[in-house]
Design a protein around this ligand. Structure first.
Ligand SMILES: NC(=O)c1ccc[n+]([C@@H]2O[C@H](COP(=O)([O-])OP(=O)(O)OC[C@H]3O[C@@H](n4cnc5c(N)ncnc54)[C@H](OP(=O)(O)O)[C@@H]3O)[C@@H](O)[C@H]2O)c1
Length: 291
């Protein structure tokens, strides 16, 4: 059996990682505030606050690999509480890096497309990160430390994640579909591009990487570059909903706490070389999740 620790197992992505737990894995699932033991009884569970922990539970479990998804993941919250964002996303990730290296555990980290400034799009791993908000900066600072100090770490720069939440508040895509089904108008940005990745697809990729020998940064997204408006159009066509309910809106000009990079789409050549798991296109991902 492979011993795998999942941090942030109670989060949106973490629950999907537990959902796709392979038969040959013994899993330690970390949560902070949301206990998910009853949802996933086939894993062991541990409560830890990474901003105040001695890390001994991880050393005791002695994992072969750690998939590190725990984070302060709300971009505007990070902007409003920079010290808390640095403590969780940067400082705790550095500490976890040292723990993982010390016990010889491979480390798979979920970084973000928001490490790029979004001025150009089609970013590859060779492009220099230049984050425009606190969240992106905490992720870059932590991944630089990790990749320098851990010989078998991977920093997975994840695109916008979509799909169905497991026993949680509806995601962006679920909320959009529910509102369209109720006949409501939905405002969608036309001037922000991403390479959205289906949460189930990303979970499979993270499991593949946990047993891989790749080291370094890796950009992971779906194979299509779309605006939120285009995502809405695909959803309408697939689910027989009215495109007329989609209201094209521009993000530029709206005041958000954190700066929003315009085009964080990915060049996925390296991911396609490294992985056997295919990167799904948006229509196929939506079909798998919602049809
Ligand atoms: N969602 C996206 O579109 C997206 C895009 C790119 C990258 N990412 C990255 O992907 C990862 C997963 O994102 P997500 O959307 O699944 O996030 P999420 O739903 O907000 O989950 C965050 C997880 O982190 C845990 N956590 C928060 N503060 C903690 C603390 N102080 N100590 C220990 N654990 C703590 C939470 O535990 P409790 O809930 O139990 O408190 C939860 O399990 C994150 O690293 C995020 O930065 C996400």
């Amino acid at each position: 059996m492979r011993r795998i620790m999942i941090t942030g197992a109670s989060g949106f992505l973490g629950r999907h990682l537990l959902n796709k737990m392979p038969d040959n894995a013994e899993v330690l699932a970390q949560f902070c505030h949301q206990d998910v033991k009853s949802l996933f009884p086939n894993a062991q569970h541990v409560q830890m606050d990474f901003t105040n922990t001695d890390w001994s539970a991880i050393r005791d479990f002695a994992p072969d690999a750690i998939i590190h998804t725990a984070a302060m993941a709300n971009v505007n919250e990070c902007e409003n509480q920079p010290d808390a964002a640095i403590a969780m996303n940067d400082t705790a990730t550095r500490q976890l890096t040292d723990v993982a290296r010390g016990i010889g555990a491979r480390l798979i980290y979920t970084s973000t497309d928001q490490i790029y400034d979004g001025k150009r799009g089609d970013y590859s791993e060779a492009d220099i990160p230049s984050p425009s908000n606190v969240y992106g900066k905490t992720k870059v600072d932590s991944e630089v430390y990790m990749l320098e100090h851990h010989p078998s770490a991977v920093s997975v720069r994840c695109a916008l994640i979509y799909g169905k939440a497991i026993e949680q508040a509806p995601t962006f895509t679920e909320d959009m579909i529910q509102r369209l089904k109720r006949g409501e108008t939905v405002n969608l940005f036309t001037d922000e591009y991403r390479s959205p990745v289906l949460v189930d697809n990303l979970a499979e990729i993270l499991w593949e990487l946990s047993a891989h020998d790749y080291h370094g940064p890796l950009n992971i997204g779906g194979s299509d570059k779309l605006s939120r408006m285009e995502m809405g159009e695909v959803a309408c066509d697939l689910l027989g909903l009215e495109r007329e309910r989609l209201n094209p809106t521009r993000a530029k000009g709206i005041k958000f706490a954190a700066a929003r990079p315009a085009d964080c789409s990915f060049d996925l050549d390296r991911a396609n070389d490294v992985l056997t798991t295919p990167l799904l296109g948006f229509e196929e991902g939506m079909r798998q999740a919602f049809v």
